[in-house]
Each structure stands twice: as C-alpha cells, then as structure tokens.
Design a protein around this ligand. Sequence first.
Ligand SMILES: NC(=O)c1ccc[n+]([C@@H]2O[C@H](COP(=O)([O-])OP(=O)(O)OC[C@H]3O[C@@H](n4cnc5c(N)ncnc54)[C@H](OP(=O)(O)O)[C@@H]3O)[C@@H](O)[C@H]2O)c1
Length: 264
Amino acid sequence: MVSLVNLESTDKQHIWITGASSGIGKAIVQQLATQGHQIYISGRNSEVLDKLAAQDGNITSIPCDVGNDEAMKVLLQNHDIEYLDTVILCAGTCEYIDLPLLDIQKTRRVLDTNFFGVVNSCIAALPLLKKTNAITVKKPHIIGIGSMSSYLGFPRAEAYGSSKAAMSYFLNSLRSDLNDVIDITMVYPGFIKTPMTDQNDFSMPFLLSADKAASIILKKAERRPLTIAFPLRLHMLLQIMKLFPRLWYSGVSGSLRRTSGAKA
Ligand SMILES: NC(=O)c1ccc[n+]([C@@H]2O[C@H](COP(=O)([O-])OP(=O)(O)OC[C@H]3O[C@@H](n4cnc5c(N)ncnc54)[C@H](OP(=O)(O)O)[C@@H]3O)[C@@H](O)[C@H]2O)c1
C-alpha cells in the first residue's frame, strides 16, 4: 500500500480536499504539496484557492459551495480528473445557537455545509474513487473530518454537534455498504486553532495548531484506521464523561459555555 505521506514515494496520488482555503484543510494542502501529489482543492473563496494553486503546478483550484446540490453533481465532471485516490472532506462551518432562539435558519445553514455538503461531495467523488479500483491496484480512501462535539451534547452546539453526528453516521453507514471497495476513516479532532475557533471565547483545553492537526491526520491516515481521535487526553476525558453523563450535563459541559458577549 502506498502511503499518503511517504516522502520517498514516486507514486503520485490524485487527492481532492474540500475546505482547503483555510485552517486544517489549508494546512493539509500545504503539507501534501511538498510530496508531488496531484491535488484538487475546493472551498468557496476562489481567490485564496487560486493563490494556493499558483504556488504549485500540481494544485488545481475547484471552487464550490458544497451545500449546492445541483452544482456539486457536475463539479468534478467539469474538470479533467481521471480518477481520485483520496478525498479529504474538511469543509465545515460553525454557528452557535443562542437560546432562547432555537434558530432554524442557522441550523439549516450548518447542516447544509457539514452534513449535506459531505453527502454532495461523496456523490461527486464516488464515480472517480471507484475508477481507481479499475486503474490502479490501490483501494481508494475517504477521510471525513468530524468533531468530538458529536460524542456528547455540548452547549450552544445544537446545530454544529448535530451536523457532525449526522456526518459521522453517514460515513460509517457508507463504509458498511462500500467496505470492499473504499476505505473510510472518520477523524475526530479536539480544539484546533483556526479561523473557526478564533470566534470562541470559552476555554479550549489542549488546543493544537492547524499544522499539528494536519500532520497528525496525514500520519495516522497512512494506516487507514476506522477512526482517528486527537488529542488523546481530550478524547479520553470525553469518553469517561460518556460513562457519567449526569456529571457532564449537570456541570462540566457548562464550563465550555461562552464567557463574554462575543458573537459566534
Ligand atoms: N477548529 C477546530 O477546533 C475543529 C475541531 C473539530 C473539527 N473541525 C472541523 O475541521 C474542518 C475544518 O475546520 P477549520 O477549523 O479548519 O475551519 P476554517 O478555518 O473555518 O475552515 C473551514 C473551511 O471550510 C470551507 N467551507 C465552509 N463552508 C463551505 C461551503 N459551504 N462550501 C465549501 N467550502 C466551505 C471554508 O472555505 P470557504 O470559506 O472558502 O468556503 C474553509 O476552507 C471543519 O469541518 C470543522 O468542523 C474543526
């Protein structure tokens, strides 16, 4: 099996990354770009994507809104992509719910990107991933960036946490159906410093940089595990909290509630 991050590999992989214009996705692109793979990058901000592509002849910018069903259906057909080895589903958004307003529009916006965006991306990518089986001996790989927020109910995360739980179930279910032909890895990061979390005004334990998160994801994904969860200490703490849900809901989760009036 050819490693995703084997610097000595001469096997050029075809990799599509959504959410590539910022944060974790951008850091992944920058790390993969040093390895000579053919990389297709997506996000809505075409200016940032084009700048990234201009720095490296192996990067192609494919701007899109992953929540746009019709555009996503034909997105990859409009580009000269022979096949895809790996798809990294990183596009995501976070809007917090401020009770008493249980905001349906916010909730739909978050689900449109984080859940339906993943479904749309899979619809776009599956034909090209399946072609890999015919063209090369390798099994293609989908890597979905979920979140530890789907482990337990987090405050103000009614929309975000639900979207990540739905995405996780969707990809696990897809794995059940396609296990023979495609490897699927679900990634559960803790808190990573990116423009998304820069809006948070609560304490974020074990915060990691986007570069560190990208290198952990790429390194661990080499072995194609079913799940990757990091940092381990936060993962373990939350797993323990799952055993004591009353403790979580009656006090601990409240410590992650916002502490000032910052907008999310
Ligand atoms: N940061 C964390 O602590 C953390 C923790 C767990 C999981 N995650 C997940 O990691 C992923 C990356 O997040 P990040 O922290 O790196 O945030 P970020 O810096 O805000 O990056 C989000 C990326 O998603 C893209 N995106 C958002 N909406 C989109 C849409 N409708 N269509 C296409 N692309 C869209 C953005 O690009 P455009 O603006 O150009 O569209 C951007 O490239 C997300 O799925 C997030 O939920 C993050």
